[in-house]
Ligand binder design. Structure first.
Ligand SMILES: [Zn+2]
Length: 117
């Protein structure tokens, strides 16, 4: 999947992404020059994230309305979790499909070393 953005080598291995909330693929580390980069998020994954987010918001809203009717507030935290997860997914998906996130990014070595391996 792709080649090194720094030296053009096609020899690389996947490494665990660091400091990201959502990732559809692992980061890559070049076997030639050691550059670590984040692969571009595919457009379909961005749209998938949008639809998942909308679905979660719909479910959260529906459950919330249901609770308001029954005046039972036991599941409030679960509903907020669903809604907030939906917001994150929706926001990330929109950022990807509008080109503001999910683009190929070279990870500086300092950030790579912070979490160890
Ligand atoms: Zn390289």
């Amino acid at each position: 999947m792709g080649q090194c953005p720094s030296c053009g080598s096609r020899t690389h291995r996947p490494v665990a992404p660091k400091g990201v909330r959502m990732a559809f693929a692992k980061d890559r580390k070049c076997a030639q020059c050691g550059t670590v980069w984040r692969v571009a998020c595919p457009m379909w994954a961005g749209w998938l994230s949008v639809f998942v987010g909308l679905g979660l918001l719909a479910v959260g809203g529906w459950l919330g309305l249901d609770l308001l009717r029954e005046e039972g507030l036991k599941q409030t935290e679960a509903i907020w979790l669903v809604i907030s997860t939906g917001c994150v997914a929706l926001g990330y998906g929109f950022a990807v499909v509008t080109g503001r996130a999910g683009r190929l990014e070279i990870i500086p070595p300092s950030r790579e070393e912070e979490g160890g391996e």
